[in-house]
Design a protein around this ligand. Structure first.
Ligand code: FES
Length: 87
């Protein structure tokens, strides 16, 4: 499990094992558009302000992965205890 901070919504949420960031954020009432929900389409992309995403998608290229400044919230997780997102 890891924590996400929604910078614009001023909310802290916990992402439990087996749950996605997308699900967790939606349950809190914050909208993220999505389509495939399998890490392939790029619709659920969110900017990362702080922390290191654990990319599980097949959408971002190598440079984008390495930059770590955006992520697919339907499948990707976190390598750090906390991720701050531009939401
Ligand atoms: Fe398609 Fe997340 S909804 S990559």
């Amino acid at each position: 499990r890891f924590e996400i901070v929604l910078a614009r919504s001023v909310m802290n949420l916990t992402v439990e094992p087996g749950r996605s960031i997308l699900e967790t954020v939606r349950e809190a009432g914050v909208t993220i558009p999505s389509s495939c929900e399998q890490g392939a389409c790029g619709t659920c992309r969110v900017a990362v302000i702080d922390g290191q995403p654990d990319h599980q998608d097949v959408y971002l290229d190598e440079d984008e992965r390495a930059a770590g400044d955006s992520m697919m919230t339907c499948v990707s997780r976190s390598l750090t205890d906390r991720l701050t997102l531009d939401l």
